[in-house]
Design a protein around this ligand. Structure first.
Ligand SMILES: [Zn+2]
Ligand SMILES: [Zn+2]
Length: 535
């Protein structure tokens, strides 16, 4: 059989040859340094057979910054961590240990709680394994046999994982430690040149708070000591810039258990807040937005019409009422109010586009485990607007939103990234409608000369969207605003305008927030400037 290499040359191999065999056929050095096969964007273990005609790329220890190469290195280090912990803490139960962005973790149920101080001892044991050297062996076995093995080892979490796994069961063994795992893994532990255990946290088994709380050990690993040093330096900078720390130091805001996830803004914090409000108001005025103010509380019927009741109720706060009164809930978004406002009068094509802007308080009941300073709150204030327009106005309005967003990010020295999400499988509306709306968004992006990523199928069921991300000075990426086209909500509210043909038409609406939430934006600003407060 033949496989195709990245330079499009073909490599002749015996049938059933593996990635490792392919590497060896090219050269002994490559065979030694190989860590992974990548094929059409998917990663494949070196031990698995290749197919005739398969396009392959062999990643090696020299691809030290490649995310897939780092992924396999870190996943392998997680297995070494589990081996070390099992040796040091007899009776410990192991759960799961995946690689994550910037590192890996492993969840354990310890017989006695451990503390940060214990990480050093675990690191030493892990270092010992690396010094001794470990090789990974892969085997595929039946579900019954896997179950028997993990029952014999008294590993109830692994037994549960075997019972709920889809497809074939594979195991990886290094030293005397065997883990249930799909892989891929390194050939051996030699490429792990630098690692560090970075912290401890509590984590519920399978992320469910009704389950037992396990201990999560976080770590990271690199192909090169200098890369780990640089990473630790960046972590330290991030810690120093943490907006929760700086928020207290600079006396900007505080958070309290008396109102979880809702910041108390101090006078100095309000100076920043009001600057943003002024900026928003001034630019909105310049760009033809109309400032409006809509209520915080609505009856349940409104949320049934908007779709929030069916799709978002678990994140909403319902308000206790006297028996004879209608049930009310706090708005989690401004859209329902703006729909009602638009529908309160007869509208004509002459009034379109109509751009309602409102930065009012929204409430979203985020699970307390996900709250994070100003970055994830229950009480949020978006620089929100809804633009009602006719189909032929969509492209220009999207263009104007992109222009506005670029203006704002430039102002703060932030580098923006734009991502377009297109029709999902489950969608409302016809393919012709989607062709039309997607091309309006694409045209607007192209006209502004913006390079953008496309996520096929990631749009909302009611329309395509453009998400705005930015990268801060530490190279971290944040989602900021979003520009979302919607043909459904205006129809659900029965909104119409009189067209030039004297007929009633349903307007489109563009939901857009550019800074995102003011709370989150200030949190990001504080970290971006490291509290330096550049004018
Ligand atoms: Zn694994
Ligand atoms: Zn909206």
């Amino acid at each position: 059989m033949k496989v195709v290499l990245p330079d499009n040359s073909e490599l002749e191999l015996p049938d059933g040859a593996t990635g490792r065999d392919a590497a060896a056929a090219i050269g002994p050095k490559l065979a030694e340094q190989a860590v992974l096969v990548r094929s059409n964007g998917h990663v494949q273990d070196l031990r698995l057979p290749l197919e005739d005609g398969q396009k392959i790329q062999i990643l090696t220890t020299r691809d030290k910054d490649d995310p897939d190469a780092l992924y396999v290195l870190r996943h392998s280090t997680a297995h070494l961590l589990a081996e070390a912990v099992r040796r040091l803490y007899p009776g410990v139960k192991i759960a799961i240990g995946p690689p994550i962005e910037n590192g890996f973790y492993y969840d354990f149920e310890f017989p006695e709680p451990i503390s940060e101080g214990d990480l050093e001892g675990i690191e030493a044991e892990l270092q010992k394994e690396i010094s001794e050297g470990r090789e990974w062996n892969r085997e595929e076995i039946s579900r019954e046999e896997a179950r028997r093995r993990f029952e014999a080892e008294d590993e109830p979490y692994k037994v549960e994982l075997v019972d709920t796994a889809d497809g074939d069961i594979s195991l990886y063994t290094q030293g005397d430690f065997t883990d249930l795992c799909r892989g891929p893994h390194l050939q051996n532990s030699k490429p792990i040149k630098a690692f560090k255990l970075t912290g401890l946290a509590g984590a519920y088994w399978r992320g469910d708070e009704h389950n037992k709380q396990l201990t999560r050990i976080y770590g990271t690993a690199f192909y090169d000591q200098a890369d780990l040093d640089e990473y630790m330096e960046r972590l330290e900078q991030a810690r120093e810039r943490d907006h929760r720390r700086l928020g207290t130091q600079l006396d900007l805001f505080h958070l309290s258990d008396h109102s979880p996830g809702s910041p108390f803004w101090h006078p100095k914090g309000m100076v920043i807040w009001n600057e943003l409000e002024d900026l928003r108001r001034r630019e909105n005025g310049r760009r033809g937005y109309l400032e409006v103010k809509t209520p915080l509380l609505y009856d349940v019927d409104t949320y049934v019409t908007s779709g929030h009741y069916d799709n978002y109720a678990e994140n909403m706060f319902f308000v206790e009422q006297h028996e004879d009164e209608k049930r009310l809930a706090l708005k989690p978004m401004n859209c329902p109010g703006h729909m009602l406002l638009f529908g309160s009068q007869l509208r004509s094509y002459r009034q379109l586009p109509m751009r309602f802007a409102e930065a009012s308080t929204l409430h979203r009941d985020e699970p307390s485990g996900t709250l994070h300073g100003l970055l994830r709150v229950k009480h949020i204030t978006q620089d929100d607007a809804h633009i009602f327009c006719s189909p032929d106005q969509i492209e220009d309005e999207i263009f104007a939103c992109l222009d506005y967003a670029s203006y704002l990010y430039d102002l703060f020295g932030m580098e923006a990234r734009f991502e377009l999400s297109t029709r999902p499988e489950k969608k409302l509306g016809t393919d012709e409608e989607w062709d039309f709306t997607e091309s309006a968004l694409r045209n607007a992006l192209d006209r502004r000369g913006i390079d953008y990523l496309v996520h096929d199928g990631d749009g909302a069921f009611y329309g395509p969207k453009i998400d705005l991300h930015m990268t801060d000075v530490l190279g971290r990426s944040w989602q900021m605003g979003t520009i979302q086209l919607d043909s459904q909500m205006p129809a659900r509210f029965g909104l119409t305008y009189m067209g030039t043909d004297n007929q009633e038409h349903t307007p489109y609406v563009i939901h857009r927030a550019l800074l995102g939430s003011l709370e989150r934006f200030i949190g990001i600003l504080v970290e971006h400037y490291g509290g330096a407060g550049r004018g």
